[in-house]
Design a protein around this ligand. Structure first.
Ligand SMILES: [Zn+2]
Length: 74
């Protein structure tokens, strides 16, 4: 939605006004990078902020199944 900001070209010159809410620190070099970045711009390390490990989904799935079966059978 950047196109909606008419003053965007002016704001790009003010680095301090970048939306730092969207930036996160690189776990490797501690430099600010966008939250949706796949790899760090500075050190090139892969960063997966939005991805959870697969076991998280597995645990959530299993807990849900156990709770459901508990509710149904007991
Ligand atoms: Zn980095």
């Amino acid at each position: 939605m950047r196109e909606d900001f008419f003053s965007y070209n002016q704001e790009t010159e003010q680095k301090e006004d970048l939306d730092f809410n969207q930036l996160v620190k690189c776990p490797h070099c501690k430099k600010p990078i966008p939250q949706d970045a796949i790899s760090c711009y500075y050190c090139g390390s892969q960063v997966d902020f939005n991805k959870k490990p697969k076991w998280v989904y597995l645990v959530v799935f299993l807990v849900t199944i156990i709770l459901l079966s508990y509710l149904i059978f007991f």
